[in-house]
Design a protein around this ligand. Structure first.
Ligand code: HEM
Ligand SMILES: *[C@@H]1O[C@H](CO)[C@@H](O)[C@H](O)[C@H]1NC(C)=O
Ligand SMILES: CC(=O)N[C@H]1CO[C@H](CO)[C@@H](O)[C@@H]1O
Length: 322
């Protein structure tokens, strides 16, 4: 009797465990064993065409995870222009990130049709671009399912703004189960990529009535930014976010913060606020500390709001629901 009850409980727990659908690094080891090299190859091919592949793919993953969870909802194209990717905050996402995922998915479908989610391909591609830019390599947990909701209206209030202070940054990352240390580490992604002038021009020309230039900006960096981004510059003009090593995924971002060269308020406050300054100092002086914290934070980011088991679907085309 006792043995039978025990057996039954084990069975129930096994079934529940399956339904819960945990992420696992070896999720596709039977169903699509070559998925990682296939994705890596597609990303590398795309990178050969344009460097923008790297920042665009990394930022795409971040935005995907913060809205509806990491479920490729950001990939959906809508004829009405009301999908997640059409929200004003996201319009500045470079098309090369979307293209990278579409190409990788096509390559994966060629070998394992209907098996690998777009959400997982985006998580793998984000890992690959970090490594290809000289950053740390890590294993990605897999088993995400693609979401069934993609609405522009779900974006406002779910993405951080460049004007955010430390409290707001912590609030929006905590909503995604990320700590302040995770937030500081993930902000290190701004070691690569571009920003349009309008995202920070207030810091150069109209910070406050008494001080048009943000006093937390290093004066020579402010001069440099003003010459690249004059007052009424064409809105398509974008500049490197890391003025020193814009194409390398390194810890120079944190050294820049210590020198007053954080591009956004949301970057600079990480150094000016006593609560996060020690973390910035640690990442600035020790690349291994940054690498370890970044990897941990990316893995945690990749768990935000994931659908697993039989939730959602495995999209055939990343830009459309099945
Ligand atoms: C901490 C809060 C954050 C804020 C306020 C923020 C804000 C921004 C803004 C305003 C831009 C410029 C977009 C443009 O003008 O085109 C940008 C670019 C970028 N962000 Fe963030 N971001 C944050 C965190 C992150 C995180 C966590 C990641 C990834 C892990 C990330 C990755 C990137 C990348 C790679 C770019 C460059 C995109 C490109 O060159 O196409 N950001 N971010
Ligand atoms: C955060 O963690 C809690 C507890 O594990 C979970 O219920 C919640 O869904 C998570 N939130 C996100 C956005 O992943
Ligand atoms: C919030 C934001 O980034 N908005 C931009 C979206 O993209 C358009 C066109 O590229 C810009 O004009 C907006 O400023």
């Amino acid at each position: 009797m006792e043995i039978r009850r025990l057996f039954l409980w084990v069975l129930v727990l096994m079934i529940m465990g399956r339904g819960e659908g945990q992420l696992a690094e070896n999720f596709y080891s039977f169903s699509c064993p070559n998925v990682e090299p296939i994705v890596r190859q597609a990303v590398t091919t795309k990178l050969f065409q344009t460097f923008v592949t790297i920042p665009a793919t990394l930022r795409l993953f971040f935005h995907d995870c913060f809205i509806e969870g990491c479920d490729a909802s950001i990939m959906i194209a809508s004829p009405n222009g009301d999908a997640e990717k059409d929200a004003p905050d996201n319009l500045s996402l470079a098309g090369d990130g979307f293209d990278t995922i579409i190409k990788a998915k096509q390559a994966v479908e060629g070998q394992c049709p209907g098996v690998v989610s777009c959400a997982d391909i985006l998580a793998m591609a984000a890992r690959d671009v970090v490594f290809l830019a000289g950053g740390p390599l890590y294993n990605v947990e897999l088993g995400r399912r693609d979401g069934l909701i993609s609405q522009a209206g779900r974006v406002p209030g779910n993405l951080p703004e460049p004007t955010f202070d430390l409290n707001l940054l912590n609030w929006i990352f905590r909503k995604n189960n990320l700590t302040q240390t995770d937030m500081v580490a993930l902000s290190g992604a701004h070691t690569i990529g571009f920003s349009h002038c309008n995202r920070f021009s207030k810091r150069l020309y109209s910070f406050s009535p008494s001080s048009p230039v943000d006093p937390s900006l290093d004066p020579s960096y402010a001069q440099q930014l003003m010459s690249s981004c004059p007052r009424d510059v064409d809105p398509t003009v974008a500049i490197n976010m890391d003025p020193n090593t814009p194409r390398r995924f390194d810890n120079v971002y944190y050294q820049n913060l210590a020198a007053g060269k954080g591009l956004f308020t949301s970057d600079q406050v990480l150094f000016t606020e006593p609560a996060s300054k020690p973390t910035v100092a640690s990442f600035a002086s020790n690349p291994a500390n940054f690498a370890a914290a970044f990897v941990e934070a990316m893995r945690k980011l990749g768990r935000a709001g994931v659908k697993t088991g039989n939730q959602g679907e495995i999209r055939r085309d990343c830009a459309a629901f099945n």
